[in-house]
Design a protein around this ligand. Structure first.
Ligand SMILES: CC(C)(COP(=O)(O)OP(=O)(O)OC[C@H]1O[C@@H](n2cnc3c(N)ncnc32)[C@H](O)[C@@H]1OP(=O)(O)O)[C@@H](O)C(=O)NCCC(=O)NCCS
Length: 161
């Protein structure tokens, strides 16, 4: 499924570029609006890990609409983790609620996928909550399918010691 042509106009008009320090307040505010939690320390740490170092394998992009940050995406190429050949992982994506369904998420994903290709990998993966139908619909629209893995977890408070 692709985003219809008229709505692409807004996404086409913005720039998707690597994050800069001056974007962080807007990225933190956007994440707080989307998730209901403000996590400035987390984002500053991510900026240092993904925005300033290791730029061959770590990617953190923002959608810049004339100085207003309308979205962000970040991810990384991980080598041989979980027993799999090197592949790109999308860790997080977010688009400003009042700018959605205009192709911005698609622009962000296309940008990070191009970065993964340049880094030499041929596979991209992500992880999402089973009941997150919005994010599932979005990634499905980008051509992503269920992977041949299962996620496992354990509540450590209830685990044998
Ligand atoms: C998922 C998200 C990034 C999509 O961004 P977006 O800019 O609206 O996406 P696009 O406009 O590029 O949409 C592309 C396709 O995704 C699908 N899609 C997007 N939003 C959808 C929705 N609300 N319902 C169903 N399908 C949807 C559609 O197939 C759409 O194509 P179409 O418009 O031609 O039907 C955005 O909704 C978002 O930020 N959600 C919150 C994500 C979140 O919780 N992030 C924090 C943890 S990672």
């Amino acid at each position: 499924m692709s985003v219809s042509a008229p709505r692409l106009a807004r996404a086409d008009a913005l720039t998707v570029r690597p994050v800069e320090a001056r974007d962080l307040d807007a990225v933190i505010a956007l994440d707080a609006a989307v998730t209901g939690l403000s996590k400035p320390d987390y984002w500053y740490e991510l900026f240092h890990r993904y925005g300033t170092r290791g730029r061959q394998q770590r990617f953190f992009f923002v959608a810049d609409a004339d100085g207003r940050i309308d979205g962000s995406v970040l991810g990384e190429v991980r080598d041989w983790e979980f027993g799999s050949a090197p592949c790109g992982w999308v860790f997080g994506i977010s688009v400003r609620p009042d700018a959605r369904l205009e192709g911005i998420g698609t622009r962000l994903v296309q940008t990070i996928m191009a970065a993964f290709r340049r880094a030499g990998v041929t596979k991209v993966r992500t992880l999402l909550a089973r009941d997150n139908t919005l994010v599932l619909s979005f990634f499905r629209s980008q051509g992503m399918m269920a992977a041949p893995f299962i996620a496992l977890e354990l509540d450590l408070d209830e685990a044998p010691r």
